[in-house]
Structures are given as structure tokens and as C-alpha cells.
Design a protein around this ligand. Structure first.
Ligand SMILES: [Fe+2]
Length: 317
């Protein structure tokens, strides 16, 4: 964790610019043509935020991969006062809804986590606490450095039963091994096909990518999930409730521990789940994960965003 003095500050007026867009994305699968579906995107406009640059330089980044899909764990990105802010925010926030890893796991009886309902989530996104604003700034910087358009995925893609949302929050107090197994899911799968069309930014005419593509390959979009942890003061990383990442056959190969203010960027088509907890029976505690599902859309045809991020994060350390 950094002291305030160690980091360069952006001037007060420098807030991240977030652009609302209801036109770019085209629904391609009628199954999701429901009243709850919202194709709204939020773009993080490119900007050279000085504080984000210096945080990126100072923080520690650990890279791992599962079947050649990337996971980046960021530590020490935040300052002490932000860490307290996020703890206070998470303690006081309301999470009115039950949430599950997938419809299948819900049917099998997975223990639900708590999550924000639509209104709570909307307020969280639009009027976020400062540490979340720092994420928006960081994404604006990445957008500039990668020469990409970075936005959220569509706000809600819903069929009759379930919604996949661009922003998700999960408040968990305990989780069983069975729940970990049943909760394994992908956030999306570009090889099986997306239910929506993404515009090709380097095309002169209006054109869309096919729904099936190799995530992050040259000239294609890269879909990733961004997840920040916040925990109670008495939470220990040895209690579990981090994230397990699995091969396609379900074998767990990587565990990212749950530590307050750490965040992870991972390819959301890696099978993953909330890690089982090992919290002593007499301890009451909690952790929240704040997830943003992101679309990194290249502005040029001959670059792989996945490779560009690898280079950028390798060079920044
Ligand atoms: Fe997920």
C-alpha cells in the first residue's frame, strides 16, 4: 500500500471521461431480445492520467496463464486512505439480490452470493467511490497505451431466465467446496459465439466482427474481466474466497487469493469460480468482489490487444 506522498496526483479537474453509447452494438441472437436486455456501453475515453501511470509503475504485477489465457494480479496499486474508503463503502453498501455463478449452478443448489440490484449497481457505477474512479482512470490510460477503444460489455444481456451483466458485485461471507465446484463458469466465450456484434473500428464502412472469433487474436477484440476485492478488516487471505481458475476440463490450476484492494484482469473465457472458504466458525467476516466485464476493441487491424497488454505490463515494471 502506498503513502499519499509517494504518488503523483492528477489535477483536480482531471476526472475520467466516460462516454455512454447505445448504438455501437448489434444484437445477433433473438433469444436475448427481451425487455431486460440493454445494449448500453460505457467507453473509457483515452487519457494520459499521470497518477495512473505512476501507480502502474509502482505496483506489483503477477502474470499467470491457464491454457494460454492470461491472468494478471495487481498488488499495491492503491493508497492507504483509498483502502479505508473502499472498506467503508463496502461495509455500508447494500447488496439486495442473490446471485449465482450460472443458471445451471442455481438449479443444482449452489449457495448464492449477495449482489447489488439494478438500482444499487447503477448508482455504484455512476457515482463510484474514489478507488473505483481510479480504475476508470487506469482504463482510460490503457485505452491510450493500447491504441484501443475500451468499454464495458453491453450493460445487460438477458434471456427469459438469466442476465449477464457488464458490472457485477459479489458479497460473500462463506462458501463451500460444493459451491466452488458448481459455480464454475465462463463470463463469455467468443469461440462458442457472442450474442451480439462488435463494430470493426478500423473498417471504413460500417462493419461488425463475426460472433465467433479467437479472443484477443490479431485484429480481433479482446474481452476481459476486471475484478477488485474489498474485505472486512478482520478478513485474512488464508480464509479463501479468492478465485480459482480451471482448465476446460474443470481441473483447478490457479488460485488468486482474496486480498483487500488487489485486483485481477483475466480472460473471462477461463473457467473460474469463487474459492471455498476456510473461516473459523466463530469469526464473522465478508469480502466483496467488484467486476467489470470489458471490451478492448483494436483501432488498427494488425495488432493483438492481448500481446500489446503483455508488452505494456512487462515494460512498466
Ligand atoms: Fe465470473
Amino acid at each position: 500500500m502506498h503513502d499519499e506522498a509517494q504518488l503523483v496526483h492528477d489535477s483536480e479537474s482531471e476526472s475520467p471521461k466516460i462516454r455512454k453509447d447505445n448504438e455501437s452494438i448489434k444484437l445477433m441472437n433473438e433469444k436475448y431480445n427481451t425487455p431486460k436486455t440493454s445494449l448500453l456501453l460505457f467507453h473509457f475515453d483515452p487519457h494520459p492520467f499521470i497518477s495512473s501511470k505512476s501507480r502502474l509503475k509502482e505496483c506489483s504485477i503477477q502474470h499467470s496463464s491457464v491454457e494460454n489465457k492470461d491472468i494478471y494480479l495487481f498488488r499495491d496499486f492503491y493508497m492507504k486512505d483509498e483502502s479505508r474508503d473502499m472498506q467503508d463503502y463496502s461495509r455500508n453498501a447494500t447488496f439486495s439480490r442473490s446471485s449465482y455463478g450460472s443458471q445451471e449452478s442455481k438449479e443444482k443448489g449452489e449457495e448464492p452470493a449477495r449482489s447489488m440490484d439494478n438500482k444499487e449497481k447503477w448508482v455504484f457505477f455512476a457515482k463510484p467511490p474514489q478507488p473505483i474512479k481510479e480504475i476508470y482512470k487506469f482504463l482510460s490510460l490503457l485505452s491510450l497505451e493500447l491504441n484501443a477503444d475500451i468499454s464495458t460489455l453491453p450493460w445487460d444481456i438477458c434471456d427469459e431466465k438469466l442476465c449477464a451483466s457488464a458490472v457485477a458485485t459479489n458479497r460473500v461471507e462463506r462458501s463451500s467446496k460444493e459451491s466452488m465446484e458448481m459455480g464454475k463458469h465462463e463470463d463469455f466465450n467468443t469461440e462458442k459465439g457472442l450474442p451480439f456484434g462488435i463494430p470493426i473500428l478500423y473498417s471504413k464502412e460500417q462493419a461488425y466482427y463475426p460472433c465467433n472469433f479467437i479472443n484477443g487474436s490479431e485484429g480481433n477484440p479482446w474481452l476481459v474481466s476486471f475484478m477488485l476485492y474489498a474485505t472486512a478488516e478482520n478478513f485474512k487471505s488464508s480464509y479463501g474466497l479468492g478465485t480459482v481458475f480451471c482448465k476446460k476440463n474443470g481441473e483447478i490450476t490457479t488460485r488468486v487469493p482474496c486480498e483487500h484492494m488487489n485486483f485481477v484482469i483475466f480472460e473471462g473465457d477461463i473457467l473460474h469460480s469463487i474459492e471455498e472458504s476456510t473461516i473459523p466458525a466463530d469469526i464473522h467476516t465478508w469480502r466483496v468482489s467488484y467486476v467489470f466485464k470489458l471490451l478492448i476493441n483494436p483501432k488498427v487491424p494488425n495488432k493483438s490487444m492481448k500481446e500489446e497488454l503483455r508488452k505494456l505490463l512487462g515494460d512498466s515494471q
